[in-house]
Design a protein around this ligand. Sequence first.
Ligand code: CTP
Ligand code: CA
Length: 226
Amino acid sequence: RHFVTCAGQLKGKTVVITAGPTQERIDPVRYFTNHSSGKMGYAIAEAARLQGAKVVLISGPTQIEPPEGVEVIHVVSAKEMFEACMRYYEKADIVIKSAAVADYRPKDTFEQKRKKQPGTWFIEMERTTDILQTLGNQKVDQILVGFAAESEHVEEYAMKKLHSKNLDLIIANNILQEGAGFKGDTNIVTTFTKDGDKKEYPVLAKREVAQFIISDIITYMERHHR
Ligand code: CTP
Ligand code: CA
């Protein structure tokens, strides 16, 4: 397995990484979110930094310390993450979207705490913008890397996302697999590139997974003379 052992392979490159969940507000006390811890994205930020990149970490709410030497942009909602990504996209050489972005947000939000009422509360949800799709549609010469969180048909769904979102590389994981997914310290991933490369990794610490992901991106870029 190819592994980057020498440092500084991303010197001069700007890498934008998104991490963590988003929170979609209902009222001052309630929101929708998901189980993302941010660990995978923060580990990727650290691995990119170790290769000498300038790293911008656009992070949803997490409980973890950002790695040293990384510029952190804190965001809360999918809309804020979208706006931050758009601000940094032009300057980015590589964008890695590991955040678990909410697909839906409440259609109505309340300025005051909503008091409980008799009967059922129906909350209407509307779609958020697909950030990665937007970046893919507007891609100039950035290397665009996405994640696919799947619970079945992992390869098929990941390949679909790779092509429909105009990505260079996608990292797929089965979130139902023991040792993989949102919350833990380990992950089990398979990476697929646009030019047909596939790499399957065993269960590894997220920090190790991050180094392999960065290594796969570097290999891909070398192959494409970038
Ligand atoms: N993503 C994004 N903006 C969204 C939703 C997802 O940028 N509003 C990105 C994620 O950061 C990830 C990739 O798209 O890199 C795939 O996310 P995933 O949830 O696996 O797929 P979706 O395209 O949202 O489709 P679905 O949830 O239906 O599988
Ligand atoms: Ca989704």
